[in-house]
Design a protein around this ligand. Structure first.
Ligand SMILES: [Zn+2]
Length: 294
């Protein structure tokens, strides 16, 4: 259920932020002290005075929502629609009635605030790559036809505007990760698989050469399928979950056509967050999204 009340009332939106932000108690955003007292209000937002550094702050201070003339409820709606419904920024601009630049900058701030996924692999693990077309949008306006945000199968490189995106699935935990890389090489793969709970880590891959060194390494128990070789999934040995997860990248990036490669990381973090929210009811999903930005 869409939490419509949040989007219709600034004080309900302010309550949500207050609740999520200070879930472990109020602390000063400047000096981290918890010697704070309530000190009037700032519009719909509670204001506080820090007894330690003698400065005031409010619920929005130091968050991605600070310093905006646009109502918080509109930003909450934007984040919700962006994550939940895969809404384009052009569309959001119309929905909340602000300038494109305004929505662009705030969504930018939102995606940048998201943490990198931390992998803690138990295994068996599937690993695979997809190649996403992402160029230099914004910097090379005149080259209209290059780099639309479509993901295609086939190897590419970051320099050719087709950066690889690794999909990693940990079958024991069900966790799925999408991580962009500069290139699909051995050192990148080793880095991705570095945080493992036990050794050897069972790893399923396809026949791509960059995975070959794992076969000789005692830290891994690598098995692979060769696509297009008439070889099909041998019981557990396959990367089908990676492939199906990777196939969701194309629809995710598509409304943000021509996304630039240096923005890919943050858009993929948003994609990661989107999946986490998938089964949560509207209100919980929104809380989780706000918490992820703090
Ligand atoms: Zn302070």
């Amino acid at each position: 259920m869409i939490p419509l009340d949040m989007f219709g009332s600034e004080s309900v939106a302010a309550d949500l932020l207050e609740q999520v932000r200070w879930r472990n108690g109020v602390t000063c955003p400047r000096c981290r002290s918890d010697l704070t007292v309530k000190n009037g209000s700032y519009g719909h937002f509670q204001r506080y005075l820090c007894k330690n550094c003698d400065r005031t702050f409010n619920d929005k201070t130091g968050t991605i929502f600070a310093h905006s003339k646009v109502a918080l409820r509109k930003w909450l709606f934007s984040i919700y629609a962006f994550l939940r419904f895969n809404t384009s920024l052009r569309q959001l601009q119309l929905e909340i009635d602000v300038q494109y630049k305004t929505i662009y900058q705030r969504v930018e701030r939102f995606t940048k605030s998201l943490d990198a996924p931390s992998l803690n692999l138990v295994g068996p693990v599937e690993i695979d790559e997809v190649y996403v077309s992402a160029g230099l949008k914004g910097r090379e306006r005149d080259q209209e036809s290059r780099s639309r945000g479509l993901s295609t199968r086939g190897r590419g490189t970051y320099d050719q505007d087709k950066p690889p995106v690794f999909t990693v699935v940990d079958r024991s935990t069900g966790d799925r990760y999408v991580i962009p890389a500069k290139s699909a090489d051995e050192s990148t793969i080793r880095l991705l698989l570095a945080n493992r709970e036990k050794e050897p880590l069972t790893v399923y891959t396809d026949g791509f050469r960059a995975y070959d060194p794992l076969t000789e390494d005692d830290a891994f128990d690598r098995e692979y399928v060769v696509h297009g070789d008439g070889e099909y999934a041998d019981e557990d040995v396959h990367v089908n979950t990676c492939e199906s997860h990777g196939s969701l990248l194309r629809p995710w990036l598509s409304p943000h056509r021509g996304i630039s490669k240096d923005k890919l990381t943050q858009y993929l973090r948003a994609f990661q967050l989107r999946r986490k929210l998938l089964r949560k009811p509207g209100r919980e999903a929104l809380k989780h999204a706000v918490k992820a930005t703090l």
